[in-house]
Design a protein around this ligand. Sequence first.
Ligand SMILES: Cc1cc2nc3c(=O)[nH]c(=O)nc-3n(C[C@H](O)[C@H](O)[C@H](O)COP(=O)(O)O)c2cc1C
Length: 253
Amino acid sequence: MLMLNVDWYEILFQRHSFRRFQKRDLSDYEYNEMRKFSVTFKPFGEAARVRVLPGGGEAVFKGSGSVKDARAYMAFISGSQVTPLNLLRAGYSGEAAILEAVRLGLDTCWIGAHFRSGKVAEQMGLDPGVKVYGVSPLGHGQPGMKNVSGHKRLEIESLTVGTQQQELWQASALEAARLAPSDRNRQPWRFVVGADSILLRLDAAPKTRLDYWKYMDCGIVMLHLELGALRAGKRGEWQYILKGCDAARFVVL
Ligand SMILES: Cc1cc2nc3c(=O)[nH]c(=O)nc-3n(C[C@H](O)[C@H](O)[C@H](O)COP(=O)(O)O)c2cc1C
């Protein structure tokens, strides 16, 4: 997708979640850059968007149990119906916002549960036709908390199905995909390598309402995969499937 910033690729290898923040505001530059991102990054038109606020985070994360002292935050918004497509769009655009924030030197953390969505709607003046699928604090993490966790991820072999020989772009795409964050770090996806494509699947067919939230993780991993392919010189497009285990197929152009 042309809206992708190739500089985000490096960020995939550096980003970690931060949950404890310094009690200070974003600089005007940081806030304005994030606002510019939020008005220009619209790969799904009006169907999904990112909104940023410089304050109010204390009320949004109150009682979340994980995020402390974040003032600025951003919200990942899509259509009010919790469909696979809306979840996927929220994941994709939310992860782009996270990578852009980290590129600007900010710290972030995806929060998909235990935030006050009513407060977000009130502070942002959202209309009832939309839903907040996730939020992230925006700020500067507490010193000493940087890069302590390491990337705990499954090996790519256990995420990849089939024996197809990988092209250079596919290996790059899969390595980038492996680093994608997911809810509780479940990495609930599998990749089937084809001749000119990679099929993205869920680890199991969704049965319960909660299982469907894995589609948000799919949106996140789609962005990573695309950035890895782009870095190896390949652009492609996503063909949505959204049936059973199959989420979407990335096909090079
Ligand atoms: C969709 C999604 C929802 C998440 N929800 C929460 C959450 O509610 N609370 C939390 O502390 N972390 C949450 N996380 C952060 C993950 O636990 C974290 O990304 C994962 O463990 C990988 O660690 P890393 O981000 O440092 O690479 C969420 C991540 C994703 C992608």
